[in-house]
Design a protein around this ligand. Sequence first.
Ligand SMILES: CC(=O)c1nc(NC(=O)[C@H]2CNCCN2)sc1-c1cc(O)cc(O)c1
Length: 130
Amino acid sequence: EEQEEDVLRELRLFLRNVTERLALDRRFKAFTKPVDIEEVPDYLIVIRKPMDLSTLLTNIDEHKYVTVSEFMSDADLIWQNALEYNPDSDPMDRHIRHRACALKDTVRAIIRDELDEDFDRVCEEIKESR
Ligand SMILES: CC(=O)c1nc(NC(=O)[C@H]2CNCCN2)sc1-c1cc(O)cc(O)c1
């Protein structure tokens, strides 16, 4: 009902704010847009579920997420994919892995510091009721 839509609207505002802050962070430039398959032709062979910060924003606007946990599953794909695609000792691989780990830690720190656990519980209850 109306109260549920108010909660989900507030969730979308929170998730957009988090995602936009990540997209403004220069460390995460490589994660802001889908990997360009022209530039990186083997990417889709290695990475089955591509994800990036602009796609997270599109998903938010399309009401894909009812809980923070669902959002986190997609957000985690970004750094997990980067670690998987860049496993080598190559300096570029190490550079991307370092940024992927920074993204993982930053997302978790923001959620820990800024997500109210009672609000999260209400979202989880809406999800279970659907
Ligand atoms: C996001 C990601 O996972 C990514 N990984 C890369 N790895 C490499 O280039 C390594 C792979 N091993 C051999 C030596 N090169 S480049 C790259 C990337 C960076 C951007 O600025 C935009 C973009 O779309 C993708």
